[in-house]
Design a protein around this ligand. Structure first.
Ligand SMILES: [Zn+2]
Length: 557
């Protein structure tokens, strides 16, 4: 077995692995060459997983990432550790290309980075990858021309051969994801062009449906293993407020001042270019150190703005979401959203740029109902006439989910974010606005009747359809009858509450036609607790316990 601890210390100068890193690296290097899908929050240390694996392998690793700033960052970083790596791009000179060829074939260079666009368009890159792949498999089998397979290292790949392909930001491949990119579709062919090649896909945020979609679209196989890390970032404190347009800039300035952030680094996200510029002007009038950043600014100028912020010369950047993607600045103390983000995944990623140094940092969201209407009408325009099926409605639905999150005055914000991303958190963060009671609109109310109704629904369902399990949609339909007084959002919360309390389990999977399915199981082993309570809106019902229960006909209970 390769001494990965030795490489960790000698090459990367670290003394210990972070959560899951060691298991992931062992799995990548393992004899089964298993495909992996790794969900790791930003700052969790995913790059070390593929960099160390590359160093420990006999051949080289191709890393596909859409974030060019991040690619350059990583190459610089690898150089500091004495490792050679390169970025395959369209403006390479002949000399640079020759150097890459030589580095890879002699084993001097262990990692080659590129973008999905280059994978789709560069014939020279395709030829390079193909040659390295063939040298591994050879025309007739696993022994290739560059050396005897199996005798050279853990994976049996000869020097100069292609060990594996790493796909970063893998959620971009899914139409269901929040950042679908056309160029990622090319990656769906990797498994066809290079059968048997090990694929390792990384993403920071993906709902259970998107995870299944990534596995399906990339064709991850060879008993793919999925690693999930908790989405919780304990040092981030979330606060949501409805926005008062007239006083917005005063609100922002006061909040920054009251939190002692006047001389601290922050990011303010706006929806449009003009909002960025306007916010910047208004906050400068209040004496803050601010610059704005958006897609229309020339590249050279963008770099300067970014650099001033990284060096701390400018404290606050007002930006559209393009800003700070792939920038590793650890001491961002606050992230403010001046409008509703387009999706919960996007919001989670953007707020995740705060507090990477582990120190307490704050995330303020200002939103209005109008934001929802604007975003949804924009979303409808972009999906009209393209695609089919549920993905068509997805951007509109994502805005709705984001709005539901923002307007929720009851649930712990961290719990809600985690729930949306498929993680069931049994405790509350204790730091968000809903946990600290700065919003108090709810009351603990008994939910035992709803729970009884759901349990008897399961029993009836199993009696009438013993071959299928109910889906989440079935449960929501049942609740729309038996919990008629609850809002749709509260019905969803009720289901989540039952999962957290171990009454219910929902598994997301793929059926034989590769459709995404949800299957619900009732835990009959757990006795019903008659004092079961849950926080519900104070004003939602007057006759709360007078619930209409559907007449039970036909099925035995
Ligand atoms: Zn909380």
């Amino acid at each position: 077995m390769t001494d990965i601890y030795g490489i960790l210390q000698d090459t990367f100068g670290k003394t210990a692995f972070r959560t899951h890193q060691e298991e992931i690296i062992q799995d990548i290097l393992g004899p089964s060459k298993r495909d992996l899908l790794v969900l790791m929050p930003t700052g969790g240390g995913k790059s070390l997983c593929y960099q160390l694996s590359a160093v420990a392998s006999p051949g080289w690793t191709l890393v596909i990432s859409p974030l060019i700033a991040l690619i350059w960052d990583q190459i610089d970083d690898l150089k500091k550790h004495g490792l050679e790596a390169a970025y395959w791009r369209s403006d390479l000179t002949n000399d640079e290309r020759a150097k890459i060829h030589e580095g890879l074939s002699t084993g001097q260079m262990k990692i080659l980075y590129t973008t999905p666009e280059m994978m789709a368009t560069s014939l020279q890159l395709t030829a390079l990858v193909k040659k390295a792949y063939d040298s591994e498999t050879g025309p007739t089998g696993p022994a290739g021309p560059a050396g005897p397979a199996g005798s050279t290292g853990v994976t049996g790949v000869p020097t100069g051969g292609l060990d594996r392909i790493v796909i970063d930001e893998a959620h971009c491949v899914s139409n269901w994801g929040h950042e679908f990119r056309e160029s990622y579709l090319e990656l769906t062919r990797l498994k066809r062009h290079y059968p048997g090649i090990q694929l390792v896909a990384f993403t920071a945020t993906a709902t259970p449906e998107v995870q299944m979609d990534i596995i399906r679209i990339l064709g991850l196989c060879n008993s793919v293993r999925v690693y999930r890390q908790s989405y919780v970032r304990e040092n981030l404190h979330y606060l949501v407020r409805s926005r008062d347009r007239v006083n917005m800039f005063t609100t922002i300035h006061r909040w920054i001042r009251d939190n002692d952030y006047l001389r601290r680094t922050g990011i303010i996200y706006c929806l449009s270019r003009s909002d960025c510029e306007n916010t910047c002007v208004e906050l400068r009038k209040k004496g803050l150190s601010v610059e704005y950043f958006h897609a229309q600014i020339p590249t050279a100028q963008k770099k300067q703005i970014q650099q001033r912020w990284i060096e701390g010369k400018t404290k606050i950047i007002v930006a559209t979401i393009a800003f700070a993607l792939g920038i590793n600045k650890s001491n961002v103390r606050f992230v403010i959203h001046c409008a509703l983000p387009k999706s919960i995944e996007g919001y989670y990623q953007e707020t995740g740029r705060a507090g990477r140094d582990g120190r307490t940092s704050r995330c303020l969201l200002l939103y209005s109902r109008q934001d929802k209407h604007i975003l949804q009408s924009m979303a409808r325009k972009t999906v009209t006439g393209t695609g089919t099926g549920p993905s068509l409605l997805n951007p509109v639905k994502r805005v709705e989910d984001m709005y539901t999150y923002a307007s929720d005055r009851l649930d712990c914000r961290v719990q809600s974010l985690c729930r949306y991303l498929g993680e069931n958190l049994s405790y509350q963060c204790g730091n968000c606005d809903n946990c600290t009671g700065t919003n108090s609109y709810g009351k603990e109310k008994s939910i035992i009747k709803y729970v009884e109704s759901l349990r008897s629904f399961f029993t009836r369902h199993m009696a009438s359809h013993p071959e299928t399990l109910p889906t989440k949609a079935d449960l929501l339909r049942e609740l729309s009858v038996c919990a008629v007084n609850l809002s749709t959002a509260d019905r969803q919360r009720l289901i989540y509450e039952l999962i957290v309390r171990n009454y219910l389990d929902i598994q997301t999977g793929l059926d034989s036609d590769n459709n995404i399915t949800s299957q619900c199981h009732w835990n009959y082993g757990k006795a019903l607790d008659p004092s079961l309570m849950m926080l519900l809106p104070d004003n939602s019902v007057t006759d709360y316990f007078e619930i209409a229960i559907r007449p039970q006909t036909g099925a035995s209970v």
